[in-house]
Design a protein around this ligand. Structure first.
Ligand SMILES: *Cc1c(COP(=O)(O)O)cnc(C)c1O
Length: 352
């Protein structure tokens, strides 16, 4: 069924194994972050075989999908107060920065007869989630007063919003914060979670501060690239996911539209280069499923001209392949296209 995303589970397992084995050498546990593939169980299982020790997702609905897999689960996005019951039900651990929410988690956990584990997020400069360094002692004291929750660790997230690269300085600060909490409050913080796929390069360069014992890995496992500098990782597959779409029209047409040019379907005024008559293929996929800028055709001699909600238009004039209506065009995906293609219900997900 097209359009479809073809998933190679073996490649995902092998990618995971490379990262997990390397992390093990430094006593770092890796969590498999499942959000980019909407927590499809088969993919999660491939990561489990590869050596992740926990699953993590930003959405509680995704963790619920994994409830039958016997692995601890972490909620990555700070819990919504309106969803604390579900958080305690489906997640063993959650990342937190708001004491009022932690109080509600405590109440929900007591009601469900559980102890919910809390990882305190620290903002070390990226300006997404996390308490500021000067506010740490206060919130730690408040958490320690509560029943039903255990202060289980500290964490940081970098690169995602502010683009701040993890380094020895900011991750060193996180280790200091952990040590200070351990000493001052005699609590046994189990995890010091030093970020996402963008922290991996530090491990390869043997610069990851000693105190970091946990990394939350999403993109690197599925797309085979580290994300601080966007470099491929030796031995890893970048093509575990391939996107395929079908040609529904193939005709030679002018390269400039005829008539008065107004706005396109998205409110932009398009511009065109006159390259004479070109062979144009229309594929049955569109912006409702994916941003065409995030797709790279495997056939290097074809170009993306544009897309509307349901149509993707390619110039196939220079290709060595003699495409016909009904043929399939294949693409590499990046993080952006993986996210939206996996989320779109119009895209079939199939295993190789
Ligand atoms: C998405 C997310 C991750 C995983 O990020 P990758 O770059 O895909 O490795 C880790 N931690 C948090 C808090 C996240 O939101």
């Amino acid at each position: 069924m097209f359009p479809r995303i073809l998933i190679d589970l073996k490649k995902i397992e092998e990618n995971t194994k490379i990262i997990a084995d390397n992390c093990k050498k430094y006593d770092v546990d890796i969590l498999g972050v499942t959000k980019s593939f909407c927590a499809i169980k088969e993919i999660a299982e491939a990561e489990m075989k590869g050596g992740v020790t926990m699953f993590a997702d930003a959405r509680i609905e995704n963790l619920a999908k994994l409830k039958d897999l016997n692995m601890p689960k972490m909620l990555l996005r700070l819990p919504m107060q309106s969803k604390v019951e579900e958080v305690v039900k489906y997640a063993d651990i959650s990342l937190n920065s708001e004491i009022e929410t932690i109080k509600l988690l405590s109440e929900a956990a007591i009601k469900q007869g559980k102890v919910h584990k809390v990882v305190l997020m620290n903002d070390l400069g990226d300006l997404r989630e996390g308490v500021l360094p000067q506010d740490v002692p206060n919130i730690v004291e408040e958490i320690l007063k509560l029943d039903g929750v255990e202060l289980y660790g500290v964490g940081v997230n970098l690169t995602c919003y502010g683009g701040i690269i993890p380094d020895e300085v900011n991750l060193g600060k996180l280790c200091d914060i952990a040590e200070k909490i351990r000493e001052e409050y005699s609590v046994d913080l189990k995890i010091v979670s030093g970020g996402n796929s963008s922290s991996y390069y530090l491990l390869e360069e043997e610069k990851l501060p000693k105190g970091i014992n946990n990394l939350r890995m999403g993109e690197i496992l599925v797309l085979g690239r580290e994300t601080a500098f966007g470099k491929p990782v030796h031995g890893m597959y970048e093509d575990a996911f391939i996107f395929e779409a079908e040609i529904i029209e193939l005709k030679e047409k002018a390269s400039v539209p005829t008539g008065t040019i107004g706005m396109d379907a998205f409110g932009n005024t398009p511009t065109f280069d006159d390259r004479g008559k070109r062979k144009r293929a229309i594929l049955g996929v569109g912006r409702q499923d994916v941003d065409p800028d995030n797709l790279v055709p495997l056939d290097e001699d074809i170009d993306t001209l544009g897309a509307s909600s349901d149509h993707l238009i390619m110039d196939v004039t220079d290709s060595k392949n003699d495409y016909k209506v009904g043929d399939i065009i294949r693409f590499k995906v990046d993080y952006g296209s993986l996210l939206t293609l996996m989320t779109s219900e119009y895209i079939s997900k199939e295993f190789k």
